[in-house]
Design a protein around this ligand. Structure first.
Ligand code: FMN
Length: 398
């Protein structure tokens, strides 16, 4: 494969390789795209403070290692759960293998196209992501299955709003890839023969079922079938969430936290970690970037819970900025999906390498020894950046 040197290049290649509907499904976003854009914009607004020389230079380059959800990671990056990775025939298995080779963890979505047992077989650092979906018995069965599969932890994603409209139009994704769907999408396949060939050469078609949501002995439901069941499930209370947490005795992350009070509630129910997130701008449009509230959340409960953030991370310097503002690690979504779409496992590894190189270059420019010691003082944060009262002594741009 031809190496790509930035995530932007991976995105460009994914765009030219994927059928337009598939590319649009990965890009997602919601409503006016405010949150999606702000996730990128916020990283642009924060600037880095460089230094010219080390007091004590690192012997083997800056230290990137960290620990999240009981897992030792080679760098502070996790692959955030994303549904149906059938953009490549190897799907979630390619992502899991790349994570394993590069020493990072992966969240496997409930809406994944491959069973958790297969993913866990190639990646010990595999976390299973759940929504509040179905009955309590359904969820207990899912926890039992995750336990039997020896998943490393649970991610409970709570920030979904069932927002379906996009001002730029939503892609038409079929419920099943059957003869009718193939006929409808043939014009797109003709425009993107390389992508169609990736599947045809393996004598396979994109699988839009979600095997992790199959009930005992039943066939895997379709993505839209499971989605319909989820829509009909009454949303949980904090007591429900505490009940679910009480039924899993390993690491447990609450994903989708955006304000300090929810962060504190997550601590209270005994969660091990939170992801400060607006779901990549895919749900309630109008939520500012999680980066803008990270310092407040870190001040509220940074000593009591592990904090990661996700949304808009596209380069190593973004990772450094998030860490300096209070995150222990970041999670990425679209970047690795673009890598997967372009080159399968090698493409995901390429994206991880781009981030790793970028973190090293940024720390080198800032003369920082380690990802562990970054603080807000290493950044210039413009006035008005935060969407919450400034909790710490931030350095404002003059
Ligand atoms: C196509 C797509 C599918 C997603 N599916 C899920 C999912 O099934 N579960 C979940 O918790 N988050 C899901 N997310 C959100 C990601 O986990 C993550 O929060 C988001 O992508 C981070 O933003 P980024 O894409 O800018 O890195 C999805 C995001 C995208 C783009």
């Amino acid at each position: 494969m031809t190496w790509f040197e930035t995530v932007a290049e991976a995105q460009r290649r994914a765009r030219s390789r994927l059928p337009p509907s598939v590319y649009a499904a990965l890009l997602a976003g919601a409503e006016a795209g405010h949150s999606y854009r702000d996730n990128l914009q916020a990283f642009d607004e924060v600037e880095l403070v460089p230094h010219l020389a080390w007091e004590v230079p690192p012997t083997h380059g800056p230290d990137l290692g960290t620990r999240v959800m009981g897992l030792d990671l080679s760098m502070p990056v996790l692959l955030s759960p994303t549904g149906v990775q059938a953009v490549h025939p190897d799907g979630e298995l390619a992502v899991a293998r790349a994570a394993n080779v590069r020493g990072v963890a992966m969240g496997l979505s409930s809406f994944a196209s491959m069973p958790m047992e297969d993913v866990r077989a190639v990646l010990p650092a595999a976390l299973f992501q759940m929504y509040w979906l179905g009955s309590r018995d359904d969820m207990l069965r899912l926890l039992d299955r995750a336990r039997a599969a020896r998943m490393a932890g649970i991610i409970l994603t709570l920030d979904w709003s069932f927002s379906h409209g996009r001002d730029w139009g939503s892609p038409r994704i079929p419920e099943r890839v059957n003869a009718r769907a193939v006929a409808r999408f043939t014009p797109e396949f003709i425009r993107r023969p390389r992508w169609a060939w990736t599947f045809a050469s393996r004598r396979t078609i994109p699988d839009l079922t979600v095997p992790n949501l199959a009930m005992d002995g039943e066939p895997a439901p379709t993505f839209f079938g499971a989605y319909g069941k989820w829509m009909q499930t009454p949303p949980p209370t904090w007591a429900d969430i505490e009940w679910l947490r009480g039924n899993w005795d390993g690491p447990f992350m609450v994903k989708g936290v955006w304000n300090t009070s929810d962060a504190r509630r997550a601590v209270d129910i005994g969660a091990s970690a939170i992801s400060v997130s607006n779901h990549g701008g895919n749900n309630l449009d109008g939520i500012p970037s999680p980066l803008r509230v990270l310092p407040a959340i870190a001040q509220e409960c940074g000593d009591d819970i592990e904090i990661v953030m996700d949304g808009g991370v596209r380069r190593g310097s973004d990772v450094v900025k998030a860490l300096a503002l209070g995150a222990r690690a970041v999670m990425i979504g679209r970047p690795y999906l673009w890598g997967l779409a372009v080159e399968g496992q090698a493409g995901v590894e390429n994206v991880l390498d781009v981030l790793r190189d970028g973190i090293v270059a940024t720390l080198t420019g800032m003369k920082q020894n380690s990802v562990q010691t970054l603080s807000p003082g290493d950044l210039l944060v413009p006035e008005g950046f935060l969407r919450w009262p400034a909790p710490v002594d931030l350095v404002h741009r003059p």
